[in-house]
Write a protein that binds this ligand. Structure first.
Ligand code: 6PG
Length: 490
């Protein structure tokens, strides 16, 4: 038996509820189900009152309420809960029905589930959904992948609910990404880039606050200005706003100053880092951002260490001190240098993210369209930014572009930002302020642009102690040397 709902949504936490409301608002009839069924009743009596919703209290009722081929989306905690739901839904569904997972699922699970659900005669979609609560309600970025035959059935609805960009606000931030786990992989890289962006912004904040002496009011003004230029983005915008938020617990001053400096994480940045290691691609911005969160979480250890470990203030010699002063002394020049460091580092971070996407696409034969990925992130999601237009343009012109740093627009942008970037990293180092992401980005840039790195010595060491062999610059082949015989005798 099937009903007349166009769409079914399982999981009425805030994201699910908002997404269901979004779908209904575009003229679709929506069936909803939640394991704690009182949530269904609350929604129907509250925000969905008078709207085109059908509330259901069992999975049987839920599946029966939706028209075939059914489009059933799960927005539940990623992990075993999704498998349990799939197992319960398969026997209730008919051939050709579509199961959609909108959670932050590990892509390997989506690869496996796509095959499992297809084997049961259904279609499976793993859709990255970004944009937080507001995005879910008003227009998220959607990154669907899985069984391609599902796309014609869900395309209109997904593109209707997605964020729109472009001069006429009519280009949806939703396109088919690729087979199996491709959509969730792209979403994971989005999150990894989000980690990098956030860490870079936090480093800019610490520098401006501690070395530049900027107050929250001044930081608000700086971020407001930055948001009108090349750094324009959602994350810069919300950071600006954070600097203006007063304590909501009745205390004096600003809320940001009252927040414990211990970062949380749900795991997508860690996944991207682990997968970068597996692929052998140096996605150093995300790994650095993950480790920076890890160090922040060691609050008690840091508090103990802060009482004994000294920074450069105790040992800085006069020349270093003068140089540091020169680099930070002119307030506006320092703000501009931090801007440039942030911009150049951000370019490196995105360049690394796309290199990882390319490597993953090759490994899994996903045939990802990188310009399209940039477009999907152009609106609705957490990393939305004007600058993604340029990335779209870059891959539009050169679909096989090896690295974004080689695209003339970004090459020039980094060139122009380089002096400020180096000054900031130097000043931070001289004055003992950690800038792990700014420096990781700069080190990647310097490593990437050098034809010769010291890995010749590394290969010699490996061959010396383990006969791991090496190649030569002047002749073909694989070589091993008897280093003990070749060395200078002690
Ligand atoms: C989004 C966000 C979303 C969420 C992450 C945060 O695109 O809407 O990326 O997925 O904010 O779960 O992850 P952490 O808790 O690891 O920072």
């Amino acid at each position: 038996m099937s009903g007349d709902c166009d769409f079914g949504l399982i999981g009425l936490a805030v994201m699910g509820e908002n997404l269901a409301l979004n779908v209904e608002s575009r003229g679709y009839k929506v069936a909803v189900y939640n394991r704690t069924t009182s949530k269904v009743d609350e929604l129907l009596a509250g925000r969905a009152k008078g709207k085109n919703f059908v509330g259901t209290h069992t999975l049987e009722e839920f599946v029966a309420a939706v028209a075939r081929p059914r489009k059933l989306m799960m927005l539940v905690k990623a992990g075993p809960a999704v498998d349990a739901l799939i197992d319960s839904l398969i026997p209730l569904c008919d051939e050709g029905d579509i199961l959609i997972d909108g959670g932050n699922t590990y892509y390997v699970d989506t690869e496996e589930r796509t095959k499992r659900v297809e084997a049961a005669g259904l279609l499976y979609v793993g859709a990255g959904v970004s944009g937080g609560e507001e995005g879910a309600l008003k227009g998220p970025s959607l990154m669907p992948g899985g069984t391609e035959a599902a796309w014609p059935h869900i395309k209109d609805m997904f593109q209707a609910i997605a964020a729109k960009v472009g001069p006429n606000d009519d280009i949806p931030c939703c396109e088919w990404v690729g087979p199996r786990g491709a959509g969730h992989y792209v979403k994971m890289v989005h999150n990894g880039i989000e980690y990098g962006d956030m860490q870079l912004i936090c480093e800019a904040y610490q520098l401006l606050h501690e070395l530049g002496g900027l107050s929250n009011e001044e930081l608000y003004d700086v971020f407001a200005k930055w948001n009108e230029g090349v750094l324009q983005s959602y994350l810069i915008e919300i950071t600006r706003d954070i600097f203006s938020a007063k304590d909501d617990q009745g205390g004096d001053g600003y809320l940001v100053d009252k927040i414990l400096d211990v970062a949380g994480a749900k795991g997508t940045g860690k996944w991207m880092s682990q997968l970068a290691l597996d692929l052998g691609v140096p996605s150093t911005l995300v790994t650095t951002a993950v480790f920076a969160r890890g160090l922040s979480a060691q609050k008690e250890a840091r508090t103990r260490a802060s009482k004994t470990l000294n920074g450069p203030s105790d040992s800085l010699n006069p020349e270093m001190s003068a140089l540091a002063k020169k680099l930070t002394g002119d307030k506006q020049a320092f703000i501009d240098a931090v801007h440039d460091a942030l911009y150049a580092s951000k370019i490196v971070s995105y360049a690394q993210g796309f290199v990882q996407l390319q490597a993953a696409s090759a490994e899994h034969d996903w045939k990802l369209d990188y310009g399209q990925a940039a477009l999907l992130w152009r609106g609705g999601c957490i990393i939305r930014a004007q600058f993604l237009d340029r990335i779209k343009e870059a891959f539009g012109e050169q679909p096989d572009l090896e690295n974004l740093l080689l695209y003339p627009y970004f090459e020039e942008a980094v060139e122009n930002a380089q002096a400020g970037w180096r000054a900031v990293v130097s000043a931070a180092s001289l004055l003992g302020i950690p800038v792990p992401a700014f420096s990781a980005a700069l080190n990647y840039f310097d490593g990437y642009r050098l034809e010769r790195l010291p890995a010749n010595l590394l290969q010699a060491q490996r061959d010396y102690f383990g006969a791991h062999t090496y190649q030569r610059v002047d002749r073909e082949g694989t070589f091993h040397s008897e280093w003990l015989d070749l060395r200078k005798q002690p």
